[in-house]
Design a protein around this ligand. Structure first.
Ligand code: KDG
Length: 335
């Protein structure tokens, strides 16, 4: 798709406020799911600043918020949106191989997750995106997803029975929760806070910094289980048709700026979680009266074993050498 055609589409579908005078300057729109002061907000703004600066303002980058990640990816796929920072949550619906990174209890800690993302496994998964009209530009991070709920302390698989838990629109997550005897309730992030307010779910799982930022502690979420269930490998995804429309030098700049943005996003997502000794986010949960259960390695292993059928089921649907490599990583993670 030519850049001019894309500008017209963007003006018509994605950026109704764009002034006619700005038409001479091509516009790139990036969407992400959280408020401006979040880690995804920081990533998107960093991308904007870097790309505009390095192209001497030949482009204008517009940052927008959209808390429906599935919708964002669909738009990127059809080329009405240029790019997005998204969690992997709904991405597996478009690029099934991404589900490797949704497998529960795959990663021990942030360093382990980073190592796998930056390895040939991460690159091999990114290589699957173009066939689906997408470019997986770079892996970033949302932070480990932890469970909160209004009903009880959870530190063993049996504690999960009967808990109604909001999950992302992600088949691996849903299966993991149902395997543990919980009742997974998939919905977009935009529906999560109303669901907690109305008590239509007992719990949810998200990185601690999102839990704090959205004040979920005030929505009856009194129990937090730090269980390193899912590393939540977020990703910068661009539209393939849009990337193809760039001159090679500009395409390289997109990649370089996304990398810089990802670095800042990762640092922000990790803040306060005990990585590098800073536990301020976990301490803030305690200060707010949340009962925090930090699971021991043995307790996490019990969950990893209990959810092992999820991997086996998922592996049947993907198949391939990739699965074997991921399986080795899983074996290491639960050894
Ligand atoms: O990518 C940032 C958010 O949109 C993402 O964290 C949403 O984790 C999310 C969820 O639970 O839907």
């Amino acid at each position: 798709m030519s850049l001019f055609r894309r500008m017209t589409l963007a003006a018509g579908l994605a950026a109704p406020l764009m002034a006619a005078t700005a038409m001479a300057q091509p516009q790139i729109t990036i969407q992400h799911g959280l408020p401006p002061n979040s880690h995804t907000g920081l990533g998107a703004v960093t991308f904007k600043e870097q790309f505009e600066r390095l192209t001497n303002n030949r482009y204008r980058v517009v940052v927008q918020r959209n808390d429906n990640e599935r919708e964002m990816i669909e738009s990127v796929q059809i080329g009405t949106l240029d790019c997005t920072f998204t969690s992997t949550g709904p991405v597996g619906n478009f690029v099934p191989e991404v589900r490797i990174f949704d497998v529960p209890f795959l990663f021990r800690d942030a360093a382990h997750a980073r190592g796998v993302l930056d390895s040939e496994i991460g690159s091999a998964v990114l290589a699957r995106f173009p066939a689906r009209g997408l470019v997986g530009v770079i892996w970033t991070e949302n932070g480990f997803r932890h469970l909160t709920n209004s009903r009880r302390e959870v530190n063993a698989p049996a504690d999960m029975r009967g808990l109604k838990v909001r999950t992302m629109e992600n088949q691996v997550h849903m299966r993991a929760f149902s395997t543990l005897g919980a009742l997974p309730t998939p919905m977009a992030f935009s529906e999560l806070i109303p669901a907690l307010q109305q008590g239509t779910v007992d719990g949810q799982e998200n990185p601690v910094n999102l839990f704090l930022g959205f004040r979920m502690d005030t929505l009856a979420q009194k129990h937090l289980s730090i269980w390193n269930y899912c590393a939540d490998a977020a990703i910068f995804v661009a539209s393939k048709s849009v990337m193809d429309s760039f001159a090679p030098a500009d395409r390289e700049l997109v990649i370089a700026c996304a990398r810089e943005a990802a670095q800042r996003q990762i640092a922000a997502a990790r803040k306060g979680l005990g990585i590098d000794g800073d536990r301020s986010s976990i301490e803030e949960c305690v200060r707010r009266g949340v009962a925090v259960a930090e699971l021991t390695p043995a307790e996490k292993q019990a969950f990893a074993r209990a959810t092992r059928p999820v991997f086996d089921k998922w592996a049947q649907t993907v198949g391939s050498a990739l699965v074997q490599k991921a399986e080795a990583a899983i074996a290491r993670a639960i050894a």
